[in-house]
Structure formats: structure tokens, C-alpha cells
Ligand binder design. Structure first.
Ligand SMILES: Nc1ncnc2c1ncn2[C@@H]1O[C@H](COP(=O)(O)OP(=O)(O)OP(=O)(O)O)[C@@H](O)[C@H]1O
Ligand SMILES: [Mg+2]
Length: 234
């Protein structure tokens, strides 16, 4: 059974339909890159899965259980961990408190806790007593991902984790995603940056104008530069 299976997902903002039958599947331990240019529908797909924008049609199966249209907190409990584009930390709480608040046994087990987060995110360890609002953008991004892991999700959805960050931090986030993959974490990553994506993904799905137009292995994707020229900004 897939960790996440999205079937025929339609979503709209008011009268403007943005997703048209989006479908893809992620097996345990895979890192799927959802690639597409500006406005293609990557964030909307994540919002529809996570329940922030209830889909108009379709199914969202988390380990076989359809969660489409449920409240976001219930979808989170069913195993979807969502890291949105805008970093979400509690600025008035310390790094450690931010993690503590989010600590919870989840569907993915109880592997993740604060101690492990500080091992996995060595940049955060010396900052544990600092207010989250005083961290740099890159540090906040790390903390947001770490917070999400504290809920022990089955699937981690990362919306453009490298966006707007300095090259060194982007490298660090890439390293982190590869380590998570080695630990067997199931990840879906939305990206426009194909170099970053291909350095971490095992499979690729390309979204254009609200539909999946191509899906395959990262290797196949690399071998077809015309795909990148057609569907991504190069
Ligand atoms: N809150 C909103 N209200 C109305 N339309 C929206 C809203 N958010 C996004 N859209 C529209 O939905 C379409 C898909 O947007 P979405 O944010 O999902 O794209 P994206 O692939 O994440 O793009 P980006 O790479 O810029 O983040 C775009 O045409 C966008 O203008
Ligand atoms: Mg987006």
C-alpha cells in the first residue's frame, strides 16, 4: 500500500479552478519531487492534501485511508506533515519550546523527539535557547521542518524548502533531505529549482496548469532535458 495516493484531485479558489484531476502516488521511503513553474499548482496541491483548501473532487489516501476534505488537524493526525512556503515558527518561543510544543507520537511511530532533532539539525543545537523570531530565514526553515517531524508523520510535504535561502543553507537543506531519505522518511517536495530537486529526489512528477503531465524516476527525468525546457524555467 502507498503511503500517499492522490486520485483525480480537483481544487478551486472560489470560481477559479486550479487543479484538474491531479494524481500521483508515493511509496514508503521515496522522495518525490513535484516540479512545475510559477503558478503550476504545486502549493495548491499541498493545501488540498493537507486540508487547508478542501478539494472539490478526488481522493487523498494516506496508507489507504481517504482523508480528503477533513479538517487540517485530523489530516495531520492521519499522518500528513506539511511544511508550507511561509516558515511557521512561534517567534515568542525558544527553539527548544517550538519543538516541545510539536512533540507527539504519530502514525509514523515515535522516532522523532527533541534530542534526535538536535542531532539531525546540528545548526539548531547551539540555538536551542534563542527566540525563534530571532533566527535567520534558513534557521527558521530548519526549525519548521524539525517541528513538523516532531509529529512523527507518515509523509512529509515540503513546499519549496530552498526558496529565498543563501546557497550554503540550500546545500545544508539538501543534505538534510538526503539524510531523511536514508532514514526511510517518505517525502514529497515541491520545487521550481530542478538542480536542487534532482540532487535529492528518487522520483519526479511534473505539474503544469493544474495537471500532472509527466511522472517517472529522477534518472529518466535527467535523461530528458526537453522536459525541463518545456515545463520548467531553465
Ligand atoms: N489564494 C488564492 N486565490 C486565488 N488564486 C490563487 C490563490 N493562490 C494561488 N492561486 C492561483 O492558483 C494557481 C496555482 O497557484 P499555486 O500557488 O498552487 O502555484 P505554485 O505551483 O505553488 O507556484 P509557485 O512556484 O509560484 O509557488 C495560480 O494561477 C495562482 O495564481
Ligand atoms: Mg507554491
Amino acid at each position: 500500500m502507498s503511503e500517499l495516493r492522490v486520485e483525480a484531485l480537483d481544487a478551486a479558489y472560489g470560481h477559479s479552478q486550479v487543479l484538474f484531476g491531479v494524481a500521483f502516488e508515493v511509496e514508503r521511503g521515496e522522495t518525490l519531487a513535484l516540479m512545475g513553474r510559477n503558478g503550476a499548482g504545486k502549493s495548491t496541491t499541498f493545501k488540498a492534501i493537507a486540508g487547508l483548501l478542501p478539494p472539490r473532487a478526488g481522493r487523498v489516501l494516506v496508507r489507504g485511508q481517504d482523508v480528503a476534505g477533513r479538517k487540517p488537524y485530523r489530516i495531520a493526525r492521519a499522518g500528513i506533515g506539511f511544511v508550507p512556503e511561509d516558515r511557521q515558527v512561534f517567534p515568542e518561543h525558544t527553539v527548544e519550546e517550538n519543538l516541545e510544543i510539536a512533540e507527539r507520537e504519530g502514525i509514523g511511530g515515535r522516532d522523532w523527539n527533541r534530542a534526535r532533532a538536535f542531532e539531525m539539525f546540528p545548526m539548531l543545537a547551539p540555538l536551542r535557547s534563542r527566540y525563534a523570531g530571532r533566527l535567520s530565514g534558513g534557521e527558521q526553515q530548519m526549525l519548521t521542518i524539525a517541528r513538523c517531524l516532531m509529529g512523527n508523520p507518515a509523509v512529509l510535504l515540503l513546499d519549496e524548502p530552498s526558496e529565498g535561502l543563501a546557497p550554503l543553507i540550500v546545500q545544508e537543506i539538501g543534505r538534510l533531505i538526503r539524510s531523511l531519505r536514508e532514514l526511510g522518511t517518505t517525502i514529497v517536495l515541491a520545487e521550481q529549482n530542478s538542480r536542487f530537486c534532482l540532487s535529492v529526489a528518487t522520483r519526479v512528477a511534473v505539474i503544469d496548469k493544474g495537471s500532472i503531465v509527466w511522472a517517472g524516476t529522477a534518472e529518466d527525468f535527467r535523461a530528458q532535458p526537453e522536459l525541463q525546457a518545456r515545463y520548467l524555467q531553465v
